[in-house]
Design a protein around this ligand. Structure first.
Ligand SMILES: Cc1cc2nc3c(=O)[nH]c(=O)nc-3n(C[C@H](O)[C@H](O)[C@H](O)COP(=O)(O)O)c2cc1C
Length: 179
């Protein structure tokens, strides 16, 4: 049976929740990026990597790729990102474009899962960025419906995460590993 390892990083627990759901579904190990050592993933046939979206791009992709490079592991990776914005093809394309430097015609296995915002567990500076962002939109004249929705979303914690969203990723990983 193929060995799958899930590696994730999570500031407020949203990505952690998705990583746990994926790990339960695939029956695979679930490791934290900041703590994982090469020995823990060198034997893997496939790695699933997940992080939250920050300013339109995946957090900590660089440090994940650095760890892989340093370890010499060159197997397939399936990516997932969690974000406060609802699923939308345009948004997902923009996250991919900002996160990965892809030459023309290349693509990466990538899945986006809507999560939410957890102000309680956010680091101080993240909370400050959110507050500033909300302030800027509130000052806008002639606010669009999106602006109004964004102000509302930035007003309090919410969690739209659902284990249903991971289905396409599970199917993709199973196809790749012949499970
Ligand atoms: C500073 C900051 C910037 C964010 N930028 C985005 C964004 O551009 N798009 C989005 O969908 N969500 C954005 N979010 C929401 C997070 O992506 C979302 O809460 C994510 O699930 C957090 O995952 P984590 O708690 O596992 O790190 C942002 C959150 C913070 C704190």
């Amino acid at each position: 049976m193929a060995e799958i390892v899930i590696i994730y990083t999570s500031e407020t627990g949203m990505t952690k929740q998705y990583a746990k759901w994926i790990s339960q579904e695939l029956g695979s190990g679930c490791l934290i990026l900041e703590e994982v050592t090469a020995e823990e993933f060198l034997h893997a046939d496939l790695i699933v990597f997940g992080s939250g979206v920050r300013g339109g791009r995946m957090r900590k992709l660089k440090s994940f790729h650095y760890k892989l490079k340093k370890s010499g592991w060159t197997g397939p990776v399936v990516y997932f990102a969690t974000g406060g914005a609802p699923y939308d093809e345009q948004t997902v394309s923009e996250i991919i474009a900002s996160s990965f430097h892809l030459s023309e015609g290349r693509s990466v296995p990538f899945f986006y899962f809507e999560s939410g915002l957890n102000f309680e567990d956010m680091m101080g500076w993240s909370r400050a960025v959110m507050k500033l962002y909300r302030f800027i939109i509130e000052k806008r004249k002639g606010k669009s419906e999106t602006d109004i929705g964004t102000i509302q979303a930035l007003s309090e914690s919410y969690d739209h995460s659902s284990p249903d969203y991971i289905r396409p990723l599970i199917k993709d990983v199973q196809k790749r590993t012949g499970a």
